[in-house]
Design a protein around this ligand. Sequence first.
Ligand code: OSB
Ligand code: MG
Length: 372
Amino acid sequence: MRLTKVTLYQLEMPLVTPFRTSYGVMENKNFTLIEVEDSLGYKGYGELEAFTVPDYTEETEETARIILLRHLLPLLKGQEIQHPCEIRSLFAGIRGNEMAKSAIETAIWDLYGRQEGKSIQNLIGGVGEQVPVGVSIGIQPDLEQLIQVVAAYVAEGYTRVKLKIQPGFDVEPIAAVRKHFPDLRLMADANSAYTRLDLAVLKALDLYNLEMLEQPFGVRDFVDHAWLQRQMVTRICLDENIRCLGDVQLAKELGSCRGINLKLSRVGGIQEAIDIAEYCQQNDLLVWCGGMLEAGVGRAFNIALASRAEFKFPGDISASNRYFKEDIIQPEFQLTAGTMTVPTADGIGVAINWSVVERYCLEKTTYELRSQ
Ligand code: OSB
Ligand code: MG
């Protein structure tokens, strides 16, 4: 394929409920929908998932758009692409900026799938019709509301619940949820809010039969996480630390964790995500699919990825209506008996709902890739 044009749709979509983590509160999902087009007229779609504020990772939706327009798209000019697996090496000279890379890499996978008449699931080696999923729940104003929110998601059928924690909202909420839901598959995500000084609080979480404790320490703290894992029974899982396969290998060698939250946008795209999944499988790390509050296009890639055999734990992949009043795709993703159905049509297997895109679009930018 030879790409001719890339269109960026900058969107702002209100979340149905604000999402609070230890970083702060998100009320909208600001992201860019990427459309790539080739010389035969085929199109493909990807999402740029970087958040508005550089707290979760260094990239923001703005910086990632700049990297994309000034540094990544120019590398595609005049390129004859045989297969999307070539994109990673094409971008290798640009350091970091994984979410910018992933946005365009995934869009090219979608275009390739549509051209070849194959689904993303099929192209990347996924199997099965359904993937079991969980839900990630933001920090709530009080314990009563927390229990209500958990009860509502459990009633909907989510098979695993992740609670956001932070200093002052940790052992108590976990204990309360565990008391109300003795058999629930439960885990906690601290989003880097703790340090070594909080050992007593973190060790207290060992009492609640948690599936995992996600990212208690800072994003470079491989050594501190290893120190903590040696003292905790609960499986530690890394999220923010993991940007590439090398980070996973480092974590494994040091013993920093026993689980990996894998987000393809955080590791630069599908190719790197597959390598990480394979490494985790071979090295006894529990790998599972995380989320970035994606809209439908990003979600479609996550579902396809989570259908690979290495993924044996329910992902942070909830239904469209858990995030948005209306999604940018048709049909929307729905929860069926605690699972999401993997699309089987060409590419991501869902159509763009253009009236929704138009409603939430703040700005549209077109980039021409024709070489002359
Ligand atoms: O740490 O996984 C995280 C959302 C925003 C920032 C960080 C995280 C999250 C989630 C969302 O947990 C999971 C989802 O998309 O449902
Ligand atoms: Mg996390």
